[in-house]
Design a binder for this molecule. Structure first.
Ligand code: GLV
Ligand code: MN
Ligand code: MN
Length: 413
């Protein structure tokens, strides 16, 4: 597009900002632990807000703690072109998951400032609360409220493992804003993110043009047997809830294999009660995360889970309860936004390919209320949700330049 300025982001500044943010909640192995709505999350948010204010943005916070930093355009009547991601991390998270999408957005604004370039539409960078779903389940909570998938009351009442509620924690850290969550229009939404998988690296491509994301279903299972003495209870009289759970872990793995090649399933949390080495566990709680790009296959996986629970628990004389706590359907991003990302990558000379996201992202929910696209860059060995998560300054800069170009395409008339 000829009316777009020929400008590029500052690679060093982007990298330095990422490294500065990574000091907040930095872990021994070089990663980050900045769980949603903890004091460390507040520190990360405060730093972001300070940087945005210094860049001349107006910052607002909504009732889910989502932050929007706005750089005005020539035509304030136009809806903004928005980018962003999340600042919360997994317990053993890396320096880039989410943070990159936030700070790439800030770098876009800083670059526009460097060049004194005025867009027609306003440009905004957003931070979405509790994307990870690690402290408060489910994931993508606040982008979900923004998109009308969850109510604010539901989200505020979600407890963490200690019974602390999301809404109370928002208030405690000073990020229970006064703006309504949602009901705003975006001209377009773009999210930059590391791929978190091995495809781009294997294919030697710098940019993933994200066409959509696979669906996911989250379950919470409680298996109940009977607590009894580990020394005196004969093997044939046991109702060992952990034995049932152990068999289920294997079954859940098998369910994904039976839906190969695109299915994945994971038991990520497992707690055996009462947790004493000489008492047979009387109950076990565990979580199940199932994903597939096709809804039909995902339904079949969910049905297999229910069938496996009935069989396994029946064999051992156990009871079970299986609650589905989240169902995020497969997502197809907006065709024009996908094209804009592809064009921006091609015109910038980056090797690129279309890709489907294996991870969930705030963009998945935002795509319900705004034309949305995503940009992926490679990460080393495809590893993420791990402290060793790593990406190169060059690839991160490439993704940010594609983001800049795609946003400008939408923000300049
Ligand atoms: C989000 O991090 C996910 O689990 O996909
Ligand atoms: Mn993420
Ligand atoms: Mn993540």
């Amino acid at each position: 597009m000829s009316n777009l300025p020929n400008i590029a982001i500052n690679k060093e500044r982007l990298w330095e900002s990422l490294m500065e943010m990574a000091k907040i909640g930095g872990t021994a192995k070089g990663g980050n632990c900045r769980l949603a709505l903890t004091d460390l999350d507040k520190q990360g948010r405060d730093l972001f807000v300070r940087w945005c204010t210094e860049a001349g943005c107006t910052v607002t916070v909504d009732r889910m703690g989502n932050i929007f930093a706005r750089r005005p355009g020539r035509k304030p009547e136009l809806d903004p072109v928005v980018t962003g991601s999340h600042l919360d991390t997994q317990p053993t998270g890396g320096k880039f998951d989410g943070v990159y999408g936030v700070l790439a957005g800030l770098e876009v604004i800083r670059t526009l400032n460097d060049h004194g370039f005025e867009t027609d539409a306003p440009v905004e960078v957003s931070v979405w609360t509790n994307e990870e779903g690690s402290r408060f389940a489910p994931a993508m909570t606040a982008s979900g409220v923004f998109a009308g998938v969850f109510t604010e009351d539901y989200a505020h009442a979600i407890p963490d493992q200690d019974g602390k509620k999301l809404g109370d924690e928002l208030k405690r850290i000073g990020y229970l804003g006064d703006q309504p969550c949602g009901g705003r229009k975006f001209r377009a939404f773009f999210e930059a993110h590391i791929e978190q998988g091995p495809i781009l690296e294997a294919e030697k491509r710098t940019i993933g043009v994200v066409k959509g994301a696979q669906g996911q279903r989250w379950f919470e299972v409680t298996i109940t047997g009977q607590e009894s003495h580990a020394g005196t209870t004969p093997m044939n009289r046991r109702r060992d809830a952990l034995l049932g759970a152990a068999r289920m872990v294997d079954r859940i793995n098998a369910i994904a294999l039976a839906h190969a090649p695109n299915a994945v399933s994971t038991v990520g949390v497992l707690r055996a009660m009462p947790g004493s080495r000489n008492t047979i566990p009387g109950s076990v709680f565990f979580t199940v995360d199932m994903r597939h790009p096709e809804d039909k296959a995902l339904s079949s996986m969910a049905a297999s889970l229910e069938a496996a629970l009935a069989t396994v628990c029946g064999e051992i004389g156990l009871k079970y309860e299986c609650k589905e706590i989240w169902y995020s359907r497969p997502v197809a991003f907006d065709k024009d936004c996908v094209e804009a990302v592809k064009r921006a990558a091609g015109e910038s000379g980056f090797e690129n390919m279309e890709i489907i996201s294996g991870a969930g992202h705030d963009a998945c929910y935002i795509s319900r209320v705004a034309p949305t696209g995503m940009i992926f860059v490679p990460c080393a060995d495809g590893i993420s949700h791990n402290e060793i998560e790593s990406a190169t300054p060059d690839d991160l800069a490439a993704g940010c330049n594609v983001l800049l170009r795609a946003m400008l395409e939408r923000a300049v008339l």
